[in-house]
Ligand binder design. Structure first.
Ligand SMILES: Nc1ncnc2c1ncn2[C@@H]1O[C@H](COP(=O)(O)OP(=O)(O)OP(=O)(O)O)[C@@H](O)[C@H]1O
Ligand code: SF4
Ligand SMILES: [Mg+2]
Length: 335
């Protein structure tokens, strides 16, 4: 674990998930898209890590690569004591079931021809189960995600609302009794009125099952509210990792600009209000540079108000600037 971005990883042996120096690259014509460039993170049982960053910074690529869907270009992913990147294909399916992905668009995640009662147990080996056991299990799952089994059991996805479909997706994930849930913008396609309900449902599931969660989003207030720690990404790299309770004390210029995009009313106490979405990049001047040719040195330097020559020449490493707060910036003191 020697990567410069690993300073924030904890030594505890009981970590549920460790991601070390993850790289995701896509071939593009004669070039390469550098979507994720050395991301490291870890999760304790029952902990939620929020990943925050503007559109195109590599959040989904990272989430999929952690799930090995597809496997990353390089880097290590350890689930408990199992190294997924070294696992033979025949053992991958069982290991992958211990991690589940909840996606942004729940309707298209579900097979439109199947009924809810079949969809929620689709990933399970249920051969040999009696019909009564299976029905009882399905009903328990549906109730646990706040759906009335009698009403929805026989429906197909198009007969449900977006919020109900997301509840079915979450029930399907929980059916497999995972250790880790990766939620990739799970509420951004939903009506504002149901977003808070789904966030509460995820929070309750995390507590009840001691799930570890990665919560990917670009809404600062939502990420702050649901996460224990927040990892801020910019153009495939980690800028800052810090407890969400100290998010307002962020020191990286990019994190500071993201916070400046949050409306005044979304302070620490009412930050949960998803009815007040903000474009996280609104306060950041200029375009995100192409991941085909990321800037030298600090990747944020082309948009950073504090950039100096050193920022172009030398890549800043992530270092602990306050207890539990890690920042990758040459000029933290001036921030
Ligand atoms: N399959 C792919 N092939 C080539 N490039 C890709 C592929 N998937 C993603 N990319 C590119 O990789 C970069 C990171 O994309 P990614 O979807 O991971 O970002 P994101 O942070 O999830 O964005 P958003 O907030 O819009 O979902 C982008 O430049 C994107 O265009
Ligand atoms: S290293 Fe330089 S360019 Fe990068 S965030 Fe810090 S001041 Fe800005
Ligand atoms: Mg995405």
């Amino acid at each position: 674990m020697a990567g410069s971005g690993t300073a924030h990883l904890r030594p505890e042996a009981e970590r549920a998930l460790v991601v070390d120096d993850l790289v995701v690259e896509y071939p593009a014509g004669r070039g390469t898209v550098h979507a994720v460039s050395g991301l490291s993170l870890d999760l304790l049982p029952g902990e939620t890590l929020g990943i925050l960053g503007e559109s195109g910074c590599g959040k989904s690529s990272a989430g999929r690569a952690v799930m090995q869907l597809p496997p990353p270009t390089s880097g290590e992913v350890r689930l408990g004591d199992v190294d997924l990147t070294a696992l033979p294909a025949r053992r991958m399916r069982a290991a992958r079931a211990r991690m589940q992905l909840v996606l942004q668009d729940p309707v298209s995640a579900l097979n439109p021809r199947r009924r809810v009662k079949d969809l929620v147990v689709e990933g399970l080996e249920i051969w040999g189960w009696g019909e009564r056991d299976r029905d009882r299990f399905v009903d328990e799952l549906l109730s646990s995600v706040g759906l009335d089994p009698a009403t929805v059991r026989d429906r197909r996805p198009h007969e449900l609302s977006g919020g109900q479909c997301q509840r079915v997706c979450i029930a399907r994930s929980l059916a497999l009794d995972p250790d880790v849930l990766i939620c990739d913008e799970p509420v951004s396609s939903l009506d504002v009125s149901v977003q808070a309900q789904i966030l509460n449902l995820l929070e309750r599931a995390r507590e009840r099952l001691r799930l570890s969660m990665i919560f990917i989003a670009h809404d600062v207030a939502v990420v702050k509210n649901i996460s224990d720690r927040v990892l801020v990404m910019y153009l495939g790299k980690t800028c800052e990792v810090l407890p969400s309770a100290s998010l307002e004390a962020a020191l990286h210029p990019y994190t500071r600009l993201l916070l400046a995009s949050v409306p005044e009313s979304s302070g620490a106490e009412d930050a949960a209000d998803p009815a007040d979405p903000a474009d996280p990049a609104a306060a950041v001047v200029g375009e995100l540079p192409s991941p085909l040719a990321p800037p030298s040195g600090c990747r944020f330097r082309t948009r950073c108000p504090l950039a100096t020559e050193r920022c172009a020449a030398e890549e800043p490493v992530l270092r602990e600037v306050r207890p539990g707060q890690f920042t990758a910036c040459h000029h933290v003191e001036e921030s």
